[in-house]
Design a protein around this ligand. Sequence first.
Ligand SMILES: Cc1cc2nc3c(=O)[nH]c(=O)nc-3n(C[C@H](O)[C@H](O)[C@H](O)COP(=O)(O)OP(=O)(O)OC[C@H]3O[C@@H](n4cnc5c(N)ncnc54)[C@H](O)[C@@H]3O)c2cc1C
Length: 477
Amino acid sequence: MSNLLCRTPVAQRARSGVIPRSFVVFDGSLRNSSTGTTLEKAPSISSSITTARATAKAATAPPAHSVLPTKTLLRSLLVTTISSHRALLVPCLSILSFLTKPRGTLLDVDRNPVIHWFLKKTFYDHFCAGEGESQVRDTIGQIKSTGLRGVILTYARETVQDSSTNQTKFANNKVSQNETDTQSCEYIQAWREGVLKTVDMLGEGDFLAPKLTGAGPKVTEAFSSGQPVPAQMFEALDEICQRVVEKNARLLMDAEQHSFLGGIHNLTLDMMRKYNQNGKAVVYNTYQAYLKSTPSTIAAHMQIADQEGFTFGLKLVRGAYMRSDPRHLIHDTKQDTDNAYNSIVRGVLQQRYQGFGENGRRFPTTDLFLATHNIESAVAAHELHQARLQAGLPTGRVEFGQLMGMADGVSFGLLQLKDQHNVAPGVYKCLTWGSMGECLGYLVRRAAENRDAVSRTMTEHLALKAEVKRRVRAVFW
Ligand SMILES: Cc1cc2nc3c(=O)[nH]c(=O)nc-3n(C[C@H](O)[C@H](O)[C@H](O)COP(=O)(O)OP(=O)(O)OC[C@H]3O[C@@H](n4cnc5c(N)ncnc54)[C@H](O)[C@@H]3O)c2cc1C
């Protein structure tokens, strides 16, 4: 009986396209049949009944991509066609990488109208929210109309350090080097203005996701040398947090390259101390599961949150800087990263993590945000969270995020997993905005990520193709 009940929801979701068919329930565990990985023990019988009811609805729900407007659907199909064919993607990736380096006016993506038009109509519009406020607001409106809980908005300006030369490059080089020596740093000022403009575009319940390295050399030098950031930066960030709170929004601080990470984490902890005081996280740090040190970093930050009595905001990613972060700091295999990711999620949702929540030791209030395109991790987390709620066991809040233009099947699939009150999980899309030049580095990372996740890109491509066929059939038959 128990096994049957455990089998039903996953099988139904597999049929509905929410969970890929490679998943099976084996001995009461959710297991990926292609990798053999066991993700999580299945929920208890009573919770399975509830989940079965909820997911029965998912089984009869329309395909996950049916919520996409036709224009977006067709553009997504074009981009995934390129991304899922190496022969098309490799040259596109080379061209994009070539254009990220300054090459004079003729090849400047912001000045050459032909290059600008072509990139805008393809990759830019697929992955980015817009170059100016009105376009960004339109994109946010479209995203929210699909039923997603809200958006995570990022201003694209960032610093990229070339690990081979150790040289630092600013995505937007409009400020002369001398200006960084004056007392009020123009880089910080420009970053502050850009981020505050982003805050203005947020609605209630949305997230801001700032990249701190966008604030320029004084800030990145402070991060890499372990020094405090300039007072101007601290004040700018404090002002940004206040404005976010006034909007009833929240802030997910991005994790960046390892050399800057300690500084980013410490500065964000300062903001958590001040703003996470009412039993709810307003400010979150991002932790990269691919780093071997991450489980102990999380434990150390939990300890601080516990001692100082603030809510711990934990955004968990696998990590996007494999090409630039020192390889020895990163798990040896993808499987190790997956295991680290899933075990952190389990620990936090079960409220037993590295000694916290065990032997009478309190588990600090922790809000979890899972930024992932990995459906195995996302569904396992959702299942576990629901199971614990049904069983009346302690657990934390968990929400999910995917990047715009990627893993729509995961986002809209998660939305179909409603609970017994017909409430969908909190799913957000992360939108990056900025000029074409500012967004190029981001675009290259997305194209590379699609190339590396070939099977997922192909799954997404096939699902989009099926949806296009379904719409064509609906018109003619
Ligand atoms: C909303 C959102 C916000 C994000 N914010 C950040 C951020 O602030 N900072 C950041 O760094 N990233 C961020 N990312 C990107 C994220 O870190 C991942 O690169 C990306 O999401 C792919 O990982 P995945 O969990 O979706 O799953 P998968 O595609 O299953 O995993 C791919 C990831 O596994 C890891 N990996 C791959 N091969 C190996 C290997 N051989 N050995 C060890 N590990 C390996 C890498 O981290 C790779 O990115 C964000 C992603 C999303 C969706």
